[in-house]
Design a protein around this ligand. Structure first.
Ligand SMILES: Cc1cc2nc3c(=O)[nH]c(=O)nc-3n(C[C@H](O)[C@H](O)[C@H](O)COP(=O)(O)OP(=O)(O)OC[C@H]3O[C@@H](n4cnc5c(N)ncnc54)[C@H](O)[C@@H]3O)c2cc1C
Ligand SMILES: NC(=O)c1ccc[n+]([C@@H]2O[C@H](COP(=O)([O-])OP(=O)(O)OC[C@H]3O[C@@H](n4cnc5c(N)ncnc54)[C@H](O)[C@@H]3O)[C@@H](O)[C@H]2O)c1
Length: 474
């Protein structure tokens, strides 16, 4: 006999999206039941952002040591202690875990159930011996690694983001399948740590980025020794002498590639199949739960969806979604997702950070634009730091409107903040020149790019004539 709970709000999933909703709702005193079937903190803490960035940080240290001679500092080749690297990754997760813990939610007054949740009606969920009838539901069930239907893949061992960070040893010959944000970052990190990495991509690497942006990363990967193969498909996988053998096809030519390990980073699938969505009349597609602009299910008005299951692709998108759905749920206010203000980052070196439209999108949509560009090589701080690989591209619309910005370079994600704010607040290129930038900083590239928008104006004969006239007055 299951116990009946009747909270105001029931949240499925304790990842970034679900935790944001649950914690904020509790802060307003709303009764909340949160259901999580696996680890608190979801993908971000356990299998995604945190462990991957911790690994990348370790790999960056190795790279920087190898590059130290640029500053006149001689070092010997760094020795990598894989167990200690794993301990560092684990340590970061353990340090951050209390923020997402059950204890913290319990202290806030939420009830946490550890079990798979499933809808059994329009407003009923069952989980772990409880029946939960809530006024509103938020589905924040996230996504899982997509495993492509490659013959033989189901018969060999392969790694995904859910298993690779658990390893205490280094894959000797790592094959990475998929050249999206995850694949490229992992390929570079493992190569830096000492693996021999091959990166396989069906189409082009980082296909959502402009070609010049993606090329900056491809060149960096190649220069560091990663074997990058684009437009390459895997026709079959089997066990091989070294661990795994992949049969490849590229431009009509077949070849064979042996590796010790295979990392599948070929995209994500939303976690919807176990939720009983049909029983609740919740419409869905292969992309996730079908929601309106306010993230409400288009077919069940009691239900909202946030994060990866609602088409988000990042922790910050999940957090943003989480904050947004509280407006209608708690205050009966309207809400609308502004997709154009959500930044995207690829954590390679150089890093790629963007917000708003890129050049390809503007062209594809026939939107009038100008590209304002400033190279890292023309920035004093970048020269000082020997980090000259990269640039900023700002997309200017009519009357100095900002359509988007993409930054390529070390710590680009830190530099995109101001552009994310600009898009969020509707600032103009004039605004982006109208502040004092500290010198020497790489952030100056943004202001320099924005200034180029006004260069034509300084050459206008009318303005020059006016200046000449003013000089006559002494
Ligand atoms: C390798 C990697 C690196 C990444 N790095 C970054 C990064 O640096 N920055 C960034 O912003 N994004 C990054 N992302 C993306 C980011 O991790 C996700 O977008 C984010 O975690 C999504 O949060 P979420 O709350 O939607 O889902 P999740 O974090 O996936 O949480 C969903 C939770 O729901 C639970 N759940 C699912 N179904 C049920 C059910 N039926 N009952 C109960 N519980 C259920 C799951 O167990 C899970 O804990 C990365 C992704 C990967 C794979
Ligand atoms: N900072 C961030 O916001 C951040 C950082 C990392 C990841 N993420 C998110 O995590 C998610 C997962 O990233 P991802 O890189 O796995 O997915 P992705 O969809 O970005 O890229 C997957 C790539 O795999 C390729 N691919 C698919 N099948 C293949 C096959 N059979 N052989 C070779 N290549 C194949 C695709 O062509 C594509 O380029 C994305 O939604 C991403 O936005 C976000």
């Amino acid at each position: 006999m299951s116990k009946l709970l009747k909270p105001d709000l029931c949240v499925i999933g304790a990842g970034s999206g679900g935790l944001t909703v649950a914690a904020a709702a509790r802060a307003y005193g709303v009764s909340v039941v949160l259901i999580e079937q696996n680890k608190m903190g979801g993908n971000r803490l356990n299998y995604g952002c945190v462990p991957s960035k911790a690994l990348i940080a370790a790999a960056r240290q190795v790279h920087d040591i190898r590059q130290a001679n640029r500053f006149g500092i001689r070092t010997s080749a760094p020795e990598i202690d894989c167990r200690a690297v794993h301990k560092h990754i684990r340590g970061v997760i353990d340090t951050l875990a209390p923020n997402d813990s059950e204890q913290r939610l319990l202290q806030s007054g939420a009830q946490v159930i550890h079990a798979p949740a499933r809808f059994f009606g329009k407003d009923v969920i069952e989980a772990g011996g409880y029946t939960i009838k809530a006024r509103r539901f938020v589905v924040a069930s996230g996504s899982s690694p997509r495993v492509p239907p490659i013959p033989g893949l189901d018969k060999v061992d392969f790694l995904t983001n859910e298993t690779i960070f658990e390893r205490k040893d280094l894959p000797a010959k790592l094959v990475v399948l998929g050249g999206g944000s995850v694949g490229v970052a992992m390929a570079q990190a493992y190569q830096r740590l000492g693996s021999k990495v091959t990166l396989l991509e069906l189409g082009r690497i980082l296909y959502k980025q402009d070609l010049d942006v993606a090329d900056a990363v491809v060149s960096a990967l190649k220069s560091e020794g990663v074997d990058v193969r684009q437009n390459t498909s895997v026709t079959r996988v089997e066990k091989g002498d070294e661990g795994i053998r992949l049969h490849l096809e590229s431009a009509g030519k077949a070849s064979v590639l042996d590796g010790s390990h295979l990392l599948v980073a070929a995209g994500r699938i939303p976690n919807i199949s176990e939720l009983g969505l049909n029983a609740a009349g919740i419409a869905y597609s292969p992309d996730g739960i079908t929601v309106d602009e306010g993230l409400r299910s288009v077919t069940n008005s009691r239900v909202y969806a946030v994060g990866d299951v609602a088409g988000g692709h990042s922790t910050h998108a999940a957090n943003y979604h989480g904050g947004l759905v509280l407006r209608p749920i708690l205050f009966r206010l309207s809400a609308e997702v502004r997709h154009e203000i959500v930044p995207h980052v690829t954590y390679t070196d150089p890093e790629i950070a963007s917000v708003g439209m890129n050049e390809g999108e503007a062209r594809g949509r026939g939107i009038e634009h100008r590209v304002l560009r400033w190279n890292m090589a023309d920035n004093d701080r970048a020269q000082i730091e020997h980090e000259t690989n990269g640039f900023i591209k700002v997309l200017a619309g009519k009357n100095g409107a900002i359509l988007g910005a993409t930054i390529v370079g070390r710590n680009a994600a830190e530099l995109i903040h101001v552009w994310a704010l600009a898009l969020s607040k509707g600032l103009s290129l004039r605004d982006m020149t109208d502040y004092v930038a500290p010198y020497p900083t790489t952030g100056e590239i943004g202001k320099r790019a924005a200034v180029t928008y006004f260069q034509e104006m300084t050459r206008k004969p009318v303005l020059r004539g006016l200046l000449g006239g003013l000089r006559l007055f002494g």
